[in-house]
Structures are given as C-alpha cells and as structure tokens.
Design a protein around this ligand. Structure first.
Ligand code: PEP
Ligand code: MG
Length: 544
C-alpha cells in the first residue's frame, strides 16, 4: 500500500480502479522519407480511422447531448474530407519528402493562421476545429489516440490537471472521482467538482502520476485529501466506516428540508445554490435551496465548440427558470478568460491572465457576443424570476455602459415585438477591491450586489487562486477581505439594495455568524452545502 496526499475538494470516500490520463500536446518531429507511396498510404489509413472514430463520437453525442451539439463532429468529418486539407498534406509529402505527421502539422498550422486572420469571429472559430482534427489525425498516425469517451467503466481518473471545459464534459457515470497532480482548491475545476458532487483531490504532486499504474486499486478520502494505492483491508474498513458515518450525518440533515433559514433569535437569510449547467438544477431542488444565486453561464460556452447561439442560450435559461418554478434565478453573464478558456474566443496568451482580458472586459469590447447573451436572457425572463449579474466590475463607467447596452437590447426586442419581463433585477459582482471601495456609488446603479470571494481574495491578497504553492500567504479569513465585504454590505443597505455572497467563502460555516452580523442577505453555495449551512444558521443566536 502507498499513501499520497493532496487537497480534498469534495468530501466522500471512493474506491475504484486508477485510469491514468497524461495530457501532452503532440510533439511532431520532422523526418526525411524516401518511400513516398507508403507515407501517403499511412495518411489515407489514418484519415479513414479518424473519420470512423468521429462518426462513433457523433453517434454517442447525438444520444447524450442532442443533434445541435453533436453536429460539430459531422463538421469535423466534412473538414477532414475537404480537398484543400488533404491535398495540401499529400503534396507536401510528395514535393518535400517529409513524414506524414509533419505534413499534417504544417498544413494545420497554415490553415489555423489563415482562419484566425479572418474578420468574422465564426470563421475564426474554425481554426480550433482544424487543430482538433489535425491532432486526432496525428494521434492516429502515431497510434496514441486517447479518448475520454473510451474510458473504461467506473474509474478514478488520475491526470496532470484538468481545465474547466474538461470537467464540464466529465461523464459522472464513468468517472467515480478524479485526482490531479496539480491544481488548487479555488480553481474553477475544483469549484465545478464541488457543485456537481464529484469527489476529487487536487495538487497531489508530480510523482504521483509516474508512480501509480493504470488499473491499480485506489481508495480516496475526499475529506482529508488522502489517497491509498493498493489499500490493505484495514484502511478500507476504516474509510468505509467513515463514509457510513458521513452518510448518517447527511441523512439527519435531510430532516431540515422545508425548514426556514432562521437563527434562534429570529434572523432570517436566504440560502441559494450555485450551478454551472442546466442539469445542476436537479441538485438545487433536491437540496431545497431557495433559489439560484449564481449560474456561471460561461460553462454553456465552455461546453460548446463554437459561440452558443441566442436560441441555444434562450432555451437553457428558459429551462432553468421554468424548473425553478418562480424561485429567484441569478444568471451571471459570460465570465470567460483567465483559467476558463474556450479556444474559439482566441484570447491572446497573456502574462497575467487573471489581471487581463476576461469577463466583462470581453463583453464590453465584443458587443456582438454580449448582446446575443443579453437578448437570450431578456427573452427567457418571462419564464420565472430572473436576476442578471455582471462579473469583474471595477468602475462606474462599466456599469453605465452595461445599462446602456441593456437598454439598447430592450429597445430592439420591443421593436421586434418580443416580450421580456419588466421585473428583472440587475446586479453586479463585488469581486475586486475597487468595486468594494466604490460600492457606495455602484449601489445606487443596481438592484443587488453579490460578493465573489474567490476573486476578491485573489485580488486583495495578491494571491493567484490557481497557485497552490502560495497557500500559506492566502489567508481566506484575512481582515482586509472581511472589511471589504462589510463595507459593501453597509453601502448596499444604505442604498436600499440587497447583498449576497456567492464565492466559496459563503459555505465556510466558521464565518456564517460574521456574515449574518454584517447583514448579508443571501448566501449562495454548492447545492450539497445548503442543508449544512441551514443547520449552522438554525443553531446560531445573534442576541448573545
Ligand atoms: C468568485 O470570484 O467568488 C465567483 C463566485 O466567481 P468565479 O469563482 O466564477 O470567478
Ligand atoms: Mg469571480
């Protein structure tokens, strides 16, 4: 038995078989060849194999996510069949006597460059498709295709790191849990796992992947972050007993369903839940949350291979609102950039992406993308009680501009005789020190605030939320952070608006009393934390 330790993201004990997934972008070497005929045949065979794989993926996607989203794989097949693409590869092999892999790589690079220079953002997005199909073609040439979809049933996925878009796609029926060598507790990958109840441990260290073997038995303790490879019977028994106890505790919490979030001395607060996809609404309802305090809409974009259309977004928002049956739903507009990257956005590589081109900065400079989302949101608003929230605000002018664009969208819809609700609440996230410090001004412009503590901590303490190595400098209870929250709460109430917290700190029960004393009106947490938080609140007495 070998023991490793990382950071537990979601508390649960899970036993299973290890499936290792090392992610490396293909390294392609230039080789001078003499047998041109064989090389051309290799490409032909690999192309056929790639098409067959994509057809299988298309069929699977069709069943799992429907026609619209599966369509991309059909497009990939068509691209592979396009003459310009394969003639270029064949010509290079023939004219320059180079190996097939290298010819694919050079062709792909050329086409990517051509597409990214196009004006139209939809054509630009095709560049990523070229990259995708070319990587698959190279992997087939080198016999190194790894398909997430071909994972054996029920595994514990062990990998270098996962980006949010990969976590979004994770098939919960196949992946019992995941363990990553890198990564931090506040990354979006960790947050997603928590929201979706996926047991996970991050930051186990580099050696782990080199030392463990595919197929070995492993038991992970998501509470402590401990991992036991080839566990003995004693440790299994101990951890199963622990899991049983935790489940009993959860059963007790079930009795709190339908009860109020009220302290002993009568102070009430809303407990809402955070979601990342339409499917997560089931967990929200199951855990009896009073509403949705944060729908991270960017995950709709990450799930897609291209910009989601207005129609696609409208249906997603409508479904969430309908399923919540009149309960408040706060949808945050696109917060892409930094660790949440969708290739088709073609965001330039930045030295400091968390301080760079992300969230509202993208929306305000790409009004076409922003307006598509706003139109979908306004149209969906008639199906429930909608709040629209804007991320990464630092200045008054940004909110003025946002309100101006919202008015333009409303006027457009009115002209087209498309209805929307007049009762939509407009809010902003307080997740930069700047926003907290000028919250007196911002409060007069909107209907609510929601504090994003994940970013507020990162920007106040100058601690990259992705970097696990500086954890000791990142005191999440730092008085500077708490003062900024308190200041925002005071300014919100002075202006007659409500304030919630939707960052991970909202679920920190050691701070619940502090937040209640500040007058925070709403806490929005992962669905599985709702009842635990209710339990904490019901045991508090603020009169003491
Ligand atoms: C936050 O920053 O606290 C927040 C809720 O937003 P995100 O974690 O998506 O950046
Ligand atoms: Mg944030």
């Amino acid at each position: 038995m070998r023991k490793y330790r990382g950071r537990g993201v979601y508390g649960a004990v899970v036993i299973g078989k290890i499936s290792i997934l090392k992610k490396q972008s293909p390294f392609v070497e230039y080789v001078h060849i003499t047998d041109i005929k064989t090389e051309k045949e290799r490409v032909k065979a690999a192309r056929l194999k790639t098409i067959q794989q994509l057809e299988a993926i298309y069929e699977r996607a069709l069943k799992q996510v429907g026609e619209e989203e599966a369509q991309i794989f059909k497009i990939h097949i068509m691209m592979l069949e396009e003459e310009e693409y394969h003639h270029s590869i064949e010509n290079m092999i023939e004219d320059q006597s180079i190996n097939a892999e290298y010819a694919v790589k050079v062709t792909s690079d050329k086409l990517i460059k051509k597409f990214t220079q196009m004006e139209d953002i939809y054509i630009q997005a095709r560049a990523e498709d070229i990259r995708d199909i070319s990587n698959r073609l190279i992997a087939n040439l080198t016999d190194t295709v790894i398909d997430r979809n071909s994972l054996d049933d029920k595994v514990i996925l062990c990998t270098d790191d996962l980006v949010p878009s990969e976590t979004v796609f994770m098939d919960k029926d196949k992946v019992l849990a995941f363990v990553t060598a890198y990564g931090s507790l506040n990354s979006h990958t960790a947050i997603l796992a928590r929201n979706r109840n996926i047991p996970a441990i991050v930051g186990v260290g580099e050696n782990f992947l080199n030392e463990v073997k595919d197929g070995s038995e492993v038991i992970i303790d998501g509470f402590t972050g401990e991992i036991f490879v080839d566990p003995d019977e004693k440790i299994k028994e101990k951890l199963f007993a622990k899991q049983k106890k935790e489940e009993e505790k959860k059963d007790i919490l079930q009795t709190l369903k339908g009860k109020e979030n009220v302290t002993i001395d009568g102070k009430k607060i809303d407990i809402f839940a955070n979601i990342g996809s339409v499917d997560d609404v089931d967990l929200v309802l199951l855990n009896d949350a009073g509403g949705i305090g944060l729908f991270r809409s960017e995950f709709l974009y990450l799930e897609n291979k291209d910009y989601p259309t207005e129609e696609q977004q409208f249906h997603a928002y409508k479904k969430v609102l309908e399923n919540m049956n009149g309960k408040q739903v706060i949808i945050r507009t696109l917060d892409i950039g930094a660790d949440k990257q969708a290739d088709y956005f073609h965001i330039k590589k930045e030295e400091n992406p968390a301080l760079g081109y992300r969230a509202i900065r993208i929306c305000l400079t790409c009004p076409q993308i922003f307006k598509t989302q706003l139109r979908a949101l306004f149209r969906a608003s008639i199906y429930g009680s909608l709040g629209i929230m804007f991320p990464m605000i630092t200045s008054v002018w940004e909110v003025e501009k946002i309100l101006e664009i919202c008015n333009e969208v409303k006027a457009e819809l009115k002209n087209q005789k498309i209805t929307y609700s007049e009762k939509i609440q407009i809010g902003i996230m307080i997740e930069t020190p700047a926003a907290a410090i000028i919250s007196d001004k911002l409060a007069s412009m909107v209907d609510f605030f929601s504090v994003g503590t994940n970013d507020l901590i990162q920007y106040t303490l100058a601690c990259d939320r992705q970097n696990a190595d500086i954890e000791q400098f990142c005191d999440i209870h730092h008085e500077a952070v708490l003062k900024l929250i308190e200041m925002s709460a005071e300014n919100a109430h002075k202006n007659g608006i409500w304030i919630g917290i939707c960052g991970e700190l909202a679920a920190d029960t050691t701070l619940t009393e502090t937040f209640l004393r500040m007058g925070i009106d709403e806490l929005s947490v992962s669905p599985s934390f709702v009842l635990k938080l209710r339990d904490t609140i019901r045991k508090l007495d603020l009169s003491k």
